[in-house]
Design a protein around this ligand. Structure first.
Ligand SMILES: C[S@@+](CC[C@H](N)C(=O)[O-])C[C@H]1O[C@@H](n2cnc3c(N)ncnc32)[C@H](O)[C@@H]1O
Length: 407
């Protein structure tokens, strides 16, 4: 009776455990020996069964395995928590403004969602992590990859640029990016369009076909001036989102009609910058004109500018030109420059200090949104920025006009 009970007690877990391990580890016997006892086999007239002492060994062995399983479960749960945290930190949809955009869409959870450039369905996975109420997705890709991170939604093969699927309410996507000049340099096909980047054409097509669009697109979109009449807001995504690219990106959130005369909210990560047009009042473009003739990339220029932030921080600055070797100045120089044309009677160091003060104010007031992002994040988690020659010129003009109004 007792022997049957032993078998009955352990039968449900037998397929999941290794009898060889139990036999060796706890009984110091062969697998065959324990197998014979579990099954009450009679061999050469001897009936094999467990003694009471051996039942204790089995109980202690299973308790030991149980402890190890519990420990493994705990470790796996910890790993999952760490991963989930990392994942959510980099999830662009885990943002207050994305949720604001989504929840203002009437009946958002009952609508038809589209991912027209699905890749491996990463976007759907990220969106589902934030909102599980969205249950009606259609996914397309010109070349569906083998991996599908959300197999519940099949990825249908289709060139959605040539033949865009209609009848959807909301698009959430990350369309392809490809500059026209880069395509021609790399001898890649580029559609017949006036847009200089494929993502702009994709945006145009999506906005023509769908009332609500959320798209992860290059950060330079913010200053492109495109589709402002449809923008709800833009978030510059300053945490590294993709493993395969350093391209600075933002999340553009579009609605059927912008109610704020083309104005929209701008965030840099979680920091609210303000309304776009409010920042525009600091864009310095009123200083476009000056009587002075500045000469950029003048190898002998008395003013120098370091035009790109380093990874250490926001360290674009004006300095004495002589710091830069004249031989290093080329017509095409953009990372640094020497500028000639400062009127002779002006104190160079004072002028440079004023320019740096003005640059600091400009950066503070605009939170850098008009400055082109440069690939790679700074130590403070923000994108490196580059100042273009036009903005440098504005700063020079402004300082000249304010400090030396008679020139
Ligand atoms: C930047 S990837 C984004 C993939 C995915 N949305 C994500 O975030 O992981 C762009 C995707 O668009 C697809 N694609 C490019 N041109 C396309 C076209 N004409 N029609 C449909 N999909 C296209 C590419 O195959 C690629 O998977």
């Amino acid at each position: 009776m007792k022997k049957n009970r032993v078998k009955k007690a352990i039968e449900p877990i037998l397929p999941a455990i290794s009898l060889a391990y139990i036999a060796q580890q706890y009984f110091g016997k062969s697998r065959q020996n324990i197998y014979q006892k579990i099954n009450n086999l009679t061999i050469n007239g001897t009936e094999y069964n467990f003694s009471d002492g051996e039942i204790d060994v089995m109980i202690n062995g299973l308790k030991d395995i149980n402890r190890n399983i519990t420990k493994s479960i705990g470790m796996l749960q910890h790993t999952k928590r760490i991963r989930a945290k990392h994942y959510t930190n980099n999830n662009p949809f885990n943002h207050q403004m994305f949720k604001e955009w989504l929840y203002q869409i009437p009946n958002h959870h009952k609508l038809k969602y589209l991912e027209p450039f699905a890749g491996s369905n990463n976007i759907i996975q990220l969106a589902q992590d934030i909102n599980n109420n969205i249950n009606d997705w259609s996914c397309y890709d010109i070349e569906p990859p083998i991996t599908n991170n959300v197999p519940q939604y099949k990825i249908i093969k289709r060139d959605t640029i040539k033949s865009f699927p209609s009848g959807y309410d909301v698009i959430i996507t990350n369309p392809p990016y490809l500059g026209k000049s880069s395509a021609s340099r790399r001898k890649l096909n580029f559609p017949d369009t006036h847009y200089d980047d494929l993502y702009k054409l994709c945006l145009d097509i999506m906005l023509n076909n769908c009332p609500y669009v959320a798209a992860i697109i290059p950060e330079s979109f913010i200053t492109s001036g495109l589709f402002h009449n449809r923008l709800f807001g833009v978030i510059s995504l300053n945490s590294k989102m993709f493993n395969d690219t350093d391209c600075p990106v933002c999340l553009g959130l579009f609605i059927p009609n912008n109610q704020d005369n083309g104005d929209f909210k701008v965030y840099i990560g979680d920091d609210y910058v303000g309304m776009y047009n409010d920042s525009k009042q600091y864009d310095l473009s009123e200083y476009v004109k000056s009587n002075n003739n500045w000469v950029f990339n003048d190898s002998q220029g008395s003013i120098g500018v370091k035009c790109v932030d380093s990874q250490k921080g926001a360290d674009i600055y004006f300095h004495r030109g002589e710091i830069i070797d004249p031989n290093k100045i080329k017509v095409s120089s953009r990372a640094f420059t020497r500028i000639g044309g400062l009127p002779e009677n002006i104190d160079l160091d004072r002028f440079i200090a004023e320019c740096n003060k003005e640059l600091g104010l400009y950066r503070d007031n605009t939170k850098d949104i008009f400055m082109t992002s440069f690939k790679g994040l700074r130590k403070d988690g923000k994108y490196r920025r580059r100042i273009d020659f036009k903005t440098i010129r504005y700063i020079l003009n402004k300082v000249l006009k304010r400090q030396y109004p008679n020139i």
